[in-house]
Design a protein around this ligand. Sequence first.
Ligand code: SF4
Ligand code: SF4
Length: 140
Amino acid sequence: MKLMTMWKDALESLVSSPATEKYPFQRLDAPDQLRSQLHWNLEKCTGCALCAKDCPADAIEIIVLDKKAKRFVFRYHIDRCTFCGQCVESCRQGCLQMANDEWELAALSKQGFDVYYGDDADVQSVLVGTTPPELEAAAD
Ligand code: SF4
Ligand code: SF4
């Protein structure tokens, strides 16, 4: 009896289409509600750092270069992020959004897991560990 069932299953499998998807050759659209990579809007940010404080995974750093001039750099440790969405809820300015279609986040080097948002020159100065010249001059 068991042998018959086995043969029946084997024959059914031969004629039915595979249950698996042909990823990565075929990609299905991500559900609208999927939480994938976090994005930050500099324009609205006040630098309050509530998002970083509330993040349970310590995945956010707000680097303040000049609070008055709204010179912030947002460092996102995507490898620590659990995609819980708490930061999006916590930000009262609505600066944070989670994309629903950026979920293929594997990388070959660790550098790919540190994402920087902000003005290009400010990000560059954070990366090389210097203060932007105009801020240095203002501090003198
Ligand atoms: S909570 Fe919002 S406004 Fe405050 S630092 Fe984070 S992103 Fe900026
Ligand atoms: S989604 Fe959750 S884990 Fe990821 S940065 Fe926001 S608060 Fe942190």
